[in-house]
Design a protein around this ligand. Structure first.
Ligand code: F3S
Length: 402
């Protein structure tokens, strides 16, 4: 790679060993992808996770004195004190890892958002910005919905970019690589974000690695629908970017999305395929132990909907009812009164964490229900049912579903 004088000095360690390690990683990635040079990034999002690999790298940088040069937000880990007061199942070792991860991100000066939708409030890219965002929904959302440019970063490469303020110029930072690769005609009826998640699951599986261009979408998708589509398609597949011409920002027409090329790969998705996806993800019906909402983290609108559906009702005895969201959203939910309504009904609104963290280990042998096909896909518990938010609330009140 062609490095500037200052980049060479970082690489030699003149700015400390932490920043040096970050630069070493970025240069190695750049060389692997034949990037010619580094480019400036204005912000980053590190998909922190409270796991050993995450801990190793962030402590390596923090111990070496590294500090974020550009705003760098963080993904969910978990509030150890909060979960210890509820469950006794978290092992001391795991709690220790999570605690050290959270401390290390603080030491490098990250924005401690612990949110998987930081692009909504804590760290918002603008159209055309070059950024380094990891996290399943974040990468495709900022590329496709916002029109910023990011590669499908790992937690480590995103953090390194946040420390150095640069990333190698390759992949989706280059316009020619932002070309559609797969045409998907959507015939399925999409009612809400639940259907968009099923669609995301199908599209991710069919396309695998690529840039789908979706036609047939009959109305402007909501923020929540787009978030869920992003999160799921970039989990069942590796979808860093997609087009919905007319609704996403970068291409007005299908032709623009394919940069004038004729699409070689095509598929059609109807209600039948979405129905099959739903059946594939569901493993149980009947009695349930808990309901888990907020994967991806619920927006304020979704927390409000959960509260209005629960108002005046009681969650069935022995059934847990969890709404995961960001700390910023919960602050507003508290003020507006949504949290109070959910708590009065026997539920909880919890921040800084994710369904994929060890803090839920107490549910490992239990049956859960979720409105998130992504949560069902990860299935960190024995069995899972999936349904729309309305179904989940009814099931929580009845203690069973189906
Ligand atoms: Fe967010 Fe965790 Fe789901 S990071 S998208 S709540 S798996």
């Amino acid at each position: 790679m062609n490095l500037t004088g200052e980049e060479e000095r970082i690489l030699k360690g003149e700015f400390g060993s932490g920043t040096q390690k970050a630069m070493e990683l970025l240069v190695a990635i750049g060389e692997a992808y034949d990037a010619e040079k580094m480019i400036h990034v204005s912000r980053a999002h590190a998909a922190s996770s409270g796991q050993e690999g995450d801990l190793y790298f962030v402590e390596l940088l923090a111990d070496g004195g590294a500090r974020c040069k550009v705003p760098t937000s963080t993904n969910p880990v978990y509030d150890i004190k909060y979960f210890h007061s509820l469950f006794n199942h978290i092992s001391k070792d795991e709690a220790q890892v999570a605690r050290r991860v959270m401390e290390a991100y603080k030491r490098v000066g990250a924005i401690l958002s612990w949110s998987c939708v930081p692009y909504l409030s804590e760290n918002i890219p603008l159209y055309g910005e070059s950024v380094a965002f990891s996290e399943s929904s974040a990468t495709p959302y900022v590329n496709s919905v916002i029109g910023a440019r990011t590669n499908r970063e790992a937690a480590q490469s995103a953090l390194a970019a946040g420390i150095v303020g640069e990333t190698p110029e390759y992949g989706l930072h280059v316009r020619e690589n932002r070309k559609g690769t797969f045409l998907i005609d959507v015939e399925a009826y999409l009612k809400d974000e639940f259907d968009y998640t099923l669609l995301g699951y199908y599209v991710g599986k069919v396309v695998g690695y690529g840039i789908p261009v979706l036609t047939g979408i009959s109305r402007r998708p909501s923020t929540e629908e787009l978030i869920n589509f992003c999160a799921m398609s970039n989990t069942s597949g590796a979808i860093s970017m997609f087009y919905m011409p007319g609704f996403t920002v970068e291409a007005e027409t299908v032709k623009d999305a394919f940069q004038g090329d004729t699409p070689k790969n095509k598929d059609t998705v109807s209600d039948k395929e979405l129905c099959e996806v739903r059946k594939e993800l569901q493993t149980a019906s009947g009695r349930l132990d808990f309901v888990q909402l907020g994967c991806p983290h619920y927006t304020l609108k979704q927390v409000g909907r959960a509260a209005s559906l629960l108002k005046g009702k009681k969650v069935h005895e022995g059934v847990g009812f969890w709404v995961c969201t960001s700390a910023t959203t919960k602050l507003l939910a508290d003020r507006i009164g949504y949290t109070g309504i959910i708590e009065n009904a026997g539920g909880r609104v919890v921040v800084d964490t994710c369904i994929d963290e060890p803090c839920w280990v107490g549910y490992r042998d239990k049956v859960g229900m979720t409105d998130s096909p992504k949560c069902a896909y990860y299935r960190r518990f024995k069995d899972v049912m999936i349904g729309r938010l309305e179904d989940c609330v009814d099931a929580a009140v009845e203690g069973r579903w189906g």
